[in-house]
Write a protein that binds this ligand. Structure first.
Ligand code: PTJ
Length: 262
């Protein structure tokens, strides 16, 4: 049995690591079509390593963070979903679906601004049904002075005015800069001790390919909840404690694997 999702790389459907290989090849294919930066392959590999140590499952700790993240997005005045190459290549449909449910626009914001990448990402998001995408018009961009990377160029109607910014698969600098100018940050990062994870207000330690469907499920449930309930969920959440629990998951999983060798 073989899959036909990638013409050059035939992954047998009964391969024990089929899912992982499928996403790996989406990233490779994304790089060929300019959606993903070359460095995105390395970032993905780093993520895979942490996912292994987490048992490749969305655990209860991540689910708690997801619930708080959705509550924060639903209570925001101007929530924005920041889209980079890896996320667009891995889960364009889920980005668009979440954006519609929580009524938060998608803004393309890249670290590596190679020519043609914004267009390629725009096309994949539009193909997934996105109607409005921010971050497309380079001439109308404004700068976030606290940030020196390319990510400083943001849409005046998007990240610039947002109170809550959702940043899946992020590099540390921007999270720190956005926090300094008073934004609330929600991150998805498989590395619980990355700078982004430590700086964010809510860190979802999970693979984006599992976290987004779970966020969509919870958003559908919480969409009509009253504000008091949502605020309660946000106030009960403690990000530092949640990160500690994620680290415990890694320790427990590693110990379990160690025991198997005894
Ligand atoms: O598309 P661009 O130009 O905006 O660039 C995007 C990348 C990802 C290349 C850029 O932001 C980057 O270099 O990021 P870093 O500093 O490598 O950080 C990426 C983080 O995402 C790391 O902590 C990884 O562990 C984590 N990560 C990688 N893949 C996944 C992930 N987290 C969740 N789900 C994943 N699938």
């Amino acid at each position: 049995m073989t899959s036909n999702n990638d013409q050059d790389h035939i992954i047998p459907l009964d391969h024990p690591r089929y899912e992982s290989l499928k996403y790996r090849h989406k990233i490779i294919e994304g790089m060929r079509t300019l959606i993903v930066a070359e460095a995105g392959l390395i970032a993905h590999g780093r993520g895979e390593c942490f996912d292994y140590m987490l048992g490749e499952k969305t655990n209860e700790t991540a689910k708690e963070a997801i619930k708080a993240a959705v509550a924060l997005l639903l209570t925001a005045k101007h929530a924005i979903i920041s889209v980079n190459g890896n996320t667009a290549a891995l889960c364009p449909n889920e980005l668009v679906e979440l954006s519609k449910i929580i009524n938060a626009p998608l803004e393309i914001n890249l670290f590596y601004r190679k020519k043609g990448r914004i267009e390629a990402i725009k096309n994949v998001l539009q193909g997934a049904g996105a109607k409005k995408i921010l971050g497309l018009n380079e001439l109308s961009m404004v700068e976030i002075e606290e940030l020196s990377s390319n990510r400083r160029n943001v849409d005046p109607n998007g990240i610039k005015i947002a109170d809550v910014v959702f940043v899946p698969l992020e590099d540390g600098d921007r999270t720190e800069a956005l926090k300094k100018i008073g934004k609330k940050i929600i991150a998805v990062d498989l590395n619980p001790i990355s700078r982004t994870s430590l700086w964010a207000d809510i860190t979802i330690v999970d693979n984006i390919v599992r976290a987004l469907p779970e966020m969509i499920k919870i958003a559908k449930k919480l969409k009509d909840a009253d504000e008091k309930e949502l605020i309660n969920i946000i106030q009960r959440f403690d990000n530092k404690k949640n990160i500690q629990l994620s680290l415990n998951t890694i320790i427990k999983y590693t110990k379990k694997q160690k025991k198997k060798l005894l």
